[in-house]
Design a protein around this ligand. Structure first.
Ligand SMILES: NC(=O)c1ccc[n+]([C@@H]2O[C@H](COP(=O)([O-])OP(=O)(O)OC[C@H]3O[C@@H](n4cnc5c(N)ncnc54)[C@H](OP(=O)(O)O)[C@@H]3O)[C@@H](O)[C@H]2O)c1
Length: 296
């Protein structure tokens, strides 16, 4: 990946940091888009040391819970990098009880889905101009628990909220977003795929953000989970494998195509989520460019 620039969100720890390590080892310039600058600089030093030589590893500020920060991050990236070859939308979290973003959106939907939706829309033209390029959305097998699909009547979970349920639906949103993105970007040289990293022993849900039974379950399975390094393998594979240059709209686990839940294959829901996301972002003050209109 010599000469390529890769942007990875949430690369300050866990799977994101190891995705950066893996892609830097392949020769890419890696850009760690993170909300905690000090933590990100420590991770960047680790990525640099691991890649050795003169690897370029940069940090940009990104708080996905604030659409103004997403907009600033996109502007910084467009200003600093003439090309963006890979965007890995990796950051994510799970929260209970219900919290809201800076713009008052439910946190899980806001961070895991809408922040990445907005960042991708703002970078789409640069990705297209850098083509062939790739977008990798880090989803989860947890989307299998989003029974009944997206709750379009209550996307902000105002009527009903449970941390794991909101998480499962946000990871379903990642796959539906990937499908619609792939459809819109067809023929532009930009591919979009979703991945499930596996059950990973990272910081995920460990900082008191996940309570109740789900929190207990999350702690109990830790001894059986894989390392963040192993968890990054599928993201690295989908971001870099030469054989996947033309593959788009897929879902991968263990570096292989994997089956999604039936509700993740609903193209009408994917299109509806896209329109709803544009509307919600606009309602929060961020009018996004239309990715389809940019395709040429
Ligand atoms: N761990 C698993 O078993 C598992 C399984 C399936 C899917 N996944 C997915 O894998 C991805 C990475 O998770 P992980 O396991 O590596 O967890 P992690 O170690 O907790 O890392 C999550 C990353 O997301 C960042 N983040 C959280 N909120 C953010 C915000 N508002 N703005 C910007 N960055 C934010 C965190 O930043 P800070 O360092 O500042 O907190 C951190 O860098 C997530 O999308 C998760 O849904 C994980």
């Amino acid at each position: 990946m010599q000469g390529s620039t890769v942007v990875i969100t949430g690369a300050s720890s866990g799977i994101g940091k190891h995705t950066a390590i893996g892609l830097a080892a392949l020769g890419a310039t890696t850009v760690l888009a993170c909300r905690d600058r000090a933590k990100a600089e420590v991770a960047a030093a680790e990525v640099r040391a691991s890649a050795g030589g003169d690897a370029r590893v940069d940090v940009v500020d990104l708080d996905l819970a604030d659409l103004a920060s997403v907009q600033d991050c996109a502007a910084t990236l467009l200003d600093r990098y003439d090309r963006i070859d890979v965007l890995v939308n990796n950051a994510g979290g799970v929260w209970s009880p219900r919290r809201v973003t800076r713009q008052g959106l439910e946190m899980t939907f806001g961070v895991n889905h809408l922040g990445h939706f907005a960042l991708t829309a703002l970078l789409a033209e640069r990705l297209r101009d850098s083509g062939p390029s790739r977008i990798v959305n880090v989803s989860s097998a947890a989307h299998w628990f989003a029974f009944g699909g997206m709750r379009f009547g209550d996307l902000q979970a105002e009527r009903r909220y449970a941390g794991f349920d909101a998480y499962a639906r946000s990871k379903l949103a990642n796959i539906l977003f990937t499908r619609e993105l792939a459809r819109r970007l067809a023929g532009t040289g930009v591919t979009a795929n979703a991945v499930h990293p596996g059950p990973v022993r990272s910081g995920f849900g460990m900082d008191g953000d996940l309570g109740g039974l789900a929190g207990l379950g999350n702690r109990m399975v830790r001894p059986f989970e894989i390392t963040p390094e192993a968890g990054a393998r599928t993201s690295i594979h989908v971001a870099a494998a030469p054989g996947l240059a033309a593959t788009s709209g897929g879902y991968f686990a263990r570096s292989r195509p994997a089956r999604t839940a039936p509700w993740a294959g609903d193209d009408a829901a994917a299109a509806r989520l896209w329109e709803a996301s544009l509307r919600i972002a606009a309602g929060a003050g961020l009018v996004l460019p239309d990715v389809a209109a940019q395709a040429g």
